[in-house]
Ligand binder design. Structure first.
Ligand SMILES: [Zn+2]
Length: 607
């Protein structure tokens, strides 16, 4: 995921108890995950068959999920699944997947942020469980858009966001990243709309209203993804292409035309791409994240379409997850840094291959700046890579720590061993743990086995288990940024060829900006680049630059990317009049935000 704002949980006990080395995932014990109420340690789900009708008027998915199960404990007679706000109509079991018999079930008490456990009675010989159910209009993992909320304005749109623990709001399953499943899906929709999933799909299929998907690789539940809308497709390369609402399609395909090249560079570095196609689906602006690495089909915000490819590091990021995250997955949300720290490191390596070292160093320098700023305001517990978020909503605490601190750790290791050796290590790591979910303890075990002198070179325990940054943490330096600083000091910088990154560095470095003069010189309120515009609007709130307020409102009402919204609302509520403005804007904007963004902004502005 790109958004730099998630942290999740797990106690040290689980870390210590799940230290198995070099075994296949099927025999590997599943790590205890405090963010799931399910019981894969007794009976584990291995396969899912979804059959769902997409009902736009009711804002509901209705149908069934057949789960292929396996007894881990042969005496176990209860299967516990995660659900949230699901209407359960009936549960059944079967020995052959053909003939089903009714089974007793019970829904437990809803638990804060975790949902409601669904317990089903299982005969000893049962191999399949069928749950007939429907989703709630307020399902946290679904966003239902009216035609007005889309770009094309003529058809409704639905998309899912399952990470971190939202799959349970649209599928009854064991919603823990330690549980890997294969799946098939049969999805029916209004006849003229296209359904796509992060699975095998025919990119050139015409809309029929009846779709089938297969995912034959074992994936964690947070990667199950579906979108439905008036969506078109344009090929970019042999294995790559872009899905988008039709008015945006040509522009999006142009922006992402380097995708095939990125994929080849990534394979060069980290081994073969294991997922077949790599397509990108550009969602409507309310998508709460930058991107989501759904396998075979990255979901992306339209805010990265800047017209000059300056924000395509997002694609490099989501693509990198095809190795770090999707192939080798964090076993619990406490190990989230294994997904995101590795991915930011890989993302920058891919960017360097495709766009050069200067671009990479600018992004790395901005990353470190953002991390330092954020660390200054974080409680010590939240500065730790292997974080404990007991009792907290996994989506609440998303920060730069798992992303940027994690990436700096890998950069530090690279610095000690050199690229050649470290690249070989990473390639081996992805191969060794492919299609498995691992804990931080397993990672440590593996690295100490393969780089035996690691502890004498890097304070790796301090990096992972202590707050802050260890002394000697890498500090990326950008020559281009040094030029920006010189230009800013001279009062007359040459901005002709500035990239987004240089603009950001320039704006963030201004101590007491003369807002009116800057706007007159650079037309920042009118910027068509959302990254620059968001930075400018943030400064406008901070410096009470009223000329930008109408744009601020327009931006907050039309964009739903949480990384942009959160700082703006946080800045607004610092003053009484800003708070009033925030409330007024939020009243208009809230209905258009995704449930995940609503939860965040509710907490800042008050509902
Ligand atoms: Zn990510």
């Amino acid at each position: 995921m790109t958004s730099r704002r998630i942290i999740l949980v797990l106690p040290l006990v689980a870390l210590l108890s799940s230290c198995t080395r070099f075994t296949s995932s099927h025999s590997m014990p599943i790590a205890k995950d405090i963010q799931s109420l399910s019981n894969p340690q007794q009976i584990v789900v291995r396969h899912l068959e979804l059959d769902l009708a997409v009902l736009f008027e009711q804002k509901s998915l209705k149908g069934s999920a057949v789960l292929g199960i396996e007894h881990v404990d042969s005496q176990a007679r209860e299967l516990i699944l995660d659900t949230r706000e699901l209407q359960i109509d009936e549960t059944e079991t079967s020995t052959d997947g053909e003939t089903f018999h009714e089974a007793k079930f019970q829904l437990g008490n809803p638990q804060k942020s975790l949902g409601t456990p669904l317990t089903i009675q299982i005969p000893g010989d049962a191999k399949f469980v069928r749950v007939k159910y429907s989703t709630s209009p307020s399902a946290s993992g679904l966003q239902w858009l009216t035609p007005e909320q889309t770009m094309g304005k003529n058809a409704p749109f639905l998309f899912t966001q399952s990470e971190a623990i939202h799959a349970r709001s649209w599928i009854p399953l064991q919603d823990s990243p330690g549980v890997r499943i294969t799946y098939t899906a049969h999805i029916t929709t209004p006849k003229d709309l296209l359904a796509v999933m992060g699975a095998d799909h025919d990119a050139f299929a015409a809309p029929t209203g009846d779709y089938r998907f297969h995912m034959n690789e074992r994936i964690p539940s947070y990667l199950v993804a579906l979108a439905v809308g008036d969506i078109g497709f344009q090929a970019a390369g042999a294995r790559t292409g872009v899905y988008a609402e039709k008015p945006l399609l040509a522009k999006a395909a142009k922006e992402f035309e380097d995708t095939e090249k990125m994929l080849r560079e990534a394979e060069q570095l980290y081994g073969p791409y294991r997922w077949g196609r790599y397509d990108i689906l550009v969602l409507p602006p309310s998508f709460p994240y930058g991107g989501m690495e759904n396998p075979r089909l990255t979901f992306a915000t339209p805010t990265v379409i800047a017209g000059d490819k300056s924000l395509v590091s997002l694609v490099a990021h989501e693509m990198a997850h095809s190795w770090s995250g999707n192939l080798v997955t964090n076993a619990t949300w406490s190990d989230f840094w294994l997904n995101e720290g590795f991915t930011v490191y890989l993302e920058r390596r891919i960017i360097e291959q495709v766009y050069g070292r200067e671009r990479e160093e600018m992004e790395a320098a901005l990353g470190r700046q953002e991390l330092e700023q954020e660390l200054a305001g974080l409680a010590p517990g939240d500065q730790i890579l292997h974080i404990n978020l007991t009792g907290r909503d996994p989506d609440d605490g998303m920060t730069n720590v798992p992303y940027e601190k994690g990436a700096l750790l890998l950069r530090a290791i690279e610095g000690q061993y050199g690229r050649e050796k470290f690249d070989a290590f990473l390639k081996g790591y992805f191969e060794h743990f492919s299609f498995q979910s691992i804990t931080t303890a397993q990672f440590l075990d593996y690295i100490r086995h393969n780089l035996p002198d690691i502890d004498s070179k890097i304070p790796i325990n301090q990096w992972i288990f202590k707050p802050g940054l260890p002394a000697g943490a890498p500090k990326p330096v950008s020559d281009l940024f040094a030029k920006v600083e010189q230009g800013a000091a001279s009062g007359n910088p040459d901005t002709t060829h500035w990239s987004t990154q240089e603009w950001l560095h320039f704006l963030r470095g201004l101590k007491s900006p003369k807002m009116g003069e800057l706007d007159e010189a650079y037309h920042l309120t009118q910027s068509g680049n959302d990254e620059i515009l968001q930075q400018w609007l943030l400064m406008s709130v901070r410096n009470r630059y009223e000329a930008a307020y109408p744009k601020l409102e327009e931006f907050l009402v039309s964009v739903g990317r949480r990384k942009y919204l959160k700082p703006l609302y946080e800045e607004l509520v610092k003053t009484p009049e800003g708070k009033e403005r925030a409330r007024g804007i939020y009243e208009k904007a809230r209905a258009g935000y995704h449930p995940i963004a609503q939860t965040t902004i509710d907490g800042i502005v008050g509902k």
